[in-house]
Design a protein around this ligand. Sequence first.
Ligand SMILES: *Cc1c(COP(=O)(O)O)cnc(C)c1O
Length: 456
Amino acid sequence: MLQFFTCVSHIAFFGVIAMKLISTRHQSPEVDFKEALFQGLAPDGGLYRPAEDKSILDLFRGFKPTVPFNEIAEKVSNLWLRDEWDNASVTRIVERAFDFAPELRALGGGVFVLELFHGPSSAFKDFGACFLASCMEEVLKEKKRHAVVLVATSGDTGSAVARAFYKKKNIDVVILYPSGRVSAPQEKQLTTLDGNIAALEVKGSFDDCQRMVKEAFRDPELVEKLTLTSANSINIGRLFPQSFYYIDGAARLHESNAECVVFCVPSGNFGNLTAGVYAWKWGLPVGEFIAATNVNDVVPEYLKTSAFTPRPSVQTLSNAMDVGNPSNFERLTAVFKGNHRAMVQVIKGQVVTDEETKAAMREVYAAKDVFLDPHTAVGYVAARRYLAEPVNHGRKVIVLATAHPAKFLEIVEEATGKKPHLPSNLKKALSLPKKSVLVENTLDALKEFLGKHFGV
Ligand SMILES: *Cc1c(COP(=O)(O)O)cnc(C)c1O
């Protein structure tokens, strides 16, 4: 049996240039970070990823368990972005992005949760969305330009983006959501901000909203006139900052230096896990990653069989993870150069059912007085199962807590018999009147709105 749990080693070339990004499909020219921010997807349809790795190991060694999150965010950003922004700009970007931080909580038996839901929309997507918004604001100020962010949402992404861009200068946001198909609290989070955030309630489905956004981006006149840009989850400006909280979580457990922590990541599109794997690639001492999914398990299945077979998603309690064809899988395999065996050494799959998810919510509440949202509960079950294997005894697992339990009030109440308290931002959104514009599900309707709203 293993005496010491050593980190899986890897060979990386640590370059000296700033963040250069290449497409996972290698058919597009290299771009810098500022450019990739506004492009989202690479022209060849691939995803941008860092062309080289940088070592964060020296930085990491200097982080005490009490280090403020913003200091980690600043130092890591400086390392990557110093050719594009001076120190003062990086500090400004970080300060404007994060007025919230992760919180680590011990649940006993070697399991910890890293709460990532203390931001403006009460979900981990706030880290990515707020950093992206802050970077875009900085670039637009430098270039004295104005841009319009156009997003289609089925709920969660839209609220994180809306809150992140709220009151940002030189940027307006237009959110399209399907009428009657997002939950009431989600709708309130989308529609109660004023100022630079407009919510379009589309008479149609989420697919209609996505189609309208795609059609708008194919209209060169519109794109040019408004400087249309997107803010979806494949944007490197959202992925990069997600590496910060892995470094933060590992630093909090720094005392136990000899060991390498294990991260357990409740996953859907696999952006979150990819960001963690990047941090590991840059030298963060991580033992292993657990890829925890609900029954939408194409990635755990790939880890087991080496066959990647996307299929239609099925509905579960952890609905933000109901993904049948994870978009970031392309980035994840690129890290391992497509080598299945290399990936399996570092990432372990776990699949969790709705029944197990509910039982975990009940159990943790009864034993610890702690509410878990259904996504975090999937991670918790996966972590416990992992630690029950003899080879993993004594390890420490940090489960990423991806959403505030109050965002999934009914499910949590059904499982535990109790209602979690609403965080103040959610409470406030619920008390405000909904403001949205009802539109038909056509590009013409969208163009008419944009024309009136922006006077073009
Ligand atoms: C988006 C989301 C996930 C899945 O994250 P990915 O990066 O898509 O894997 C998990 N939990 C919650 C609450 C989410 O909103």
